[in-house]
Design a protein around this ligand. Structure first.
Ligand SMILES: Cc1cc2nc3c(=O)[nH]c(=O)nc-3n(C[C@H](O)[C@H](O)[C@H](O)COP(=O)(O)O)c2cc1C
Length: 208
């Protein structure tokens, strides 16, 4: 019998710095027994190779194998879709997941989502999330921000999108990069309403 997972969450990793955030998010969702639908942009493959000790292959089927092995996912728990896989469930309102996170989100993809470009599957899936009024979380990373970036973020926020820049706090006195990454991933999980134990909620534990 097929394994029963919690509802699918779509995670798109685009070519902004901070690939670790997206990869750790996939891991956390797998650990929370969610089905995870993954899209990785071409630029993100380069960023992953640059920033981490891992490389993801370009073919979505192989990506799913590599990610499943890395995060000890159950068979079928992680599904990966390609740039022009228009038959993927995320391409349509009738097949989309309950929530989508673009993490990290490049300013290019931010712009495309704000304008409804839908030129690749990540942009189309975000457009579907918008039109269906589903949870859409964007985690942009760029500094400093131009007026264009800020205008796009304002426009998307006014449409109900959660824009949460990858800006970890330091009040929990992090001593490792993993803790900084977990800070952001915990905030994303909070937005999705998924219980997390990566970082204590404010007020749950005294600060150091
Ligand atoms: C190593 C590396 C780091 C990058 N960092 C950022 C970044 O932090 N933010 C950003 O918006 N773009 C960044 N870029 C540029 C994007 O990858 C580029 O604009 C790309 O076209 C985005 O395409 P995508 O949105 O389809 O992934 C980076 C590129 C590379 C290779």
């Amino acid at each position: 019998m097929a394994e029963a997972f919690n509802p699918p969450v779509t995670v798109a990793i685009t070519g902004a710095s901070g690939a670790q955030y997206g990869l750790r998010l996939i891991e956390a969702l797998v650990q929370a027994n969610h089905e995870v639908w993954v899209m990785v942009s071409k630029a993100a493959l380069l960023v992953i190779a640059t920033e981490t000790d891992d490389e993801l292959p370009p073919r979505p089927e192989r990506q799913a194998e590599v990610l499943s092995q890395r995060f000890a996912a159950a068979p079928g728990q992680i599904r990966c879709f390609g740039r022009e896989d228009w038959m993927a469930p995320v391409a349509s309102g009738s097949g989309a997941s309950t929530a989508m996170v673009i993490c990290p989100c490049s300013t290019g993809t931010l712009s495309a989502v704000a304008c409804g470009a839908s030129n690749n599957l990540i942009e189309r899936a975000a457009d579907v999330a918008l039109k269906e009024r589903r949870t859409l979380v964007l985690v942009p990373r760029e500094t400093p921000l131009s007026a264009i970036h800020l205008e796009h973020m304002l426009k998307l926020t006014q449409m109900g999108v959660v824009v949460m820049p990858a800006a970890p706090g330091f009040y929990h006195r992090p001593t490792s990069i993993d803790q900084l990454v977990d800070f952001i991933v915990a905030r994303i999980l909070n937005q999705l309403g998924i219980e997390q134990r990566l970082v204590p909620r404010w007020g749950d534990q005294p600060l150091p």
